[in-house]
Design a protein around this ligand. Structure first.
Ligand SMILES: CC(C)(COP(=O)(O)OP(=O)(O)OC[C@H]1O[C@@H](n2cnc3c(N)ncnc32)[C@H](O)[C@@H]1OP(=O)(O)O)[C@@H](O)C(=O)NCCC(=O)NCCS
Length: 144
């Protein structure tokens, strides 16, 4: 797998990957999320490519304090071959080069099975409650 930054034309296959990996929610349009990330200097999307197909992704960036990871995905037919680990290493190396001291990520309660993946990569569960408030009208009601 070759890992590279996103480029024009990747949007549709990336949205398809995220959909197949169960990461898309009705209130998160993947095309808007890709465009917003690409327009943000501190944010990068890396894709993993094999035989011209996008089989993995990770969105990473920082807010001036912590690094964050979103949309980590490995195509279901390619999982279990250390590609998720490779995408996380890419995100970590990218953020480390920007002097980010700590990387954080959020996991949906409905996706708790992925905790073991991150634990295998030495991530710890933090005693934190995440709260949110929409600053714009959400496109549809949020249910989790
Ligand atoms: C999470 C995901 C990216 C992992 O990718 P992957 O390529 O299958 O994972 P890897 O093969 O790199 O696994 C790395 C390590 O995690 C472990 N691991 C992976 N999935 C695991 C699971 N479900 N339970 C326990 N351990 C797991 C592997 O055994 C491996 O450990 P090892 O190297 O000590 O043997 C992939 O399952 C995925 O795309 N899931 C759907 C999208 C998703 O949930 N993204 C995360 C949102 S927070």
């Amino acid at each position: 797998m070759n890992i590279r930054p996103i480029r024009d034309g990747d949007e549709a296959p990336l949205a398809d990957l995220w959909t197949r990996c169960g990461l898309v929610r009705p209130w998160n349009d993947p095309f808007s999320d890709i465009a917003f990330a690409r327009a943000t200097a501190q944010t990068e999307i890396f894709v993993g490519e094999r035989d011209s197909a996008i089989i993995a992704s990770v969105m990473c960036g920082h807010d001036g304090h912590r690094g964050w990871v979103y949309y980590l995905a490995v195509s279901p037919d390619c999982q279990g071959r250390d590609l998720g680990r490779a995408m996380m290493t890419q995100a970590e190396d990218h953020l480390r080069a920007l002097d980010v001291p700590k990387l954080e990520l959020m996991i949906r309660e409905t996706n708790a099975k992925v905790v073991q993946f991150y634990e295998a990569l030495d991530y710890k569960t933090e005693p934190v409650i995440v709260m949110s408030r929409w600053l714009k009208e959400p496109p549809v009601a949020q249910d989790d």
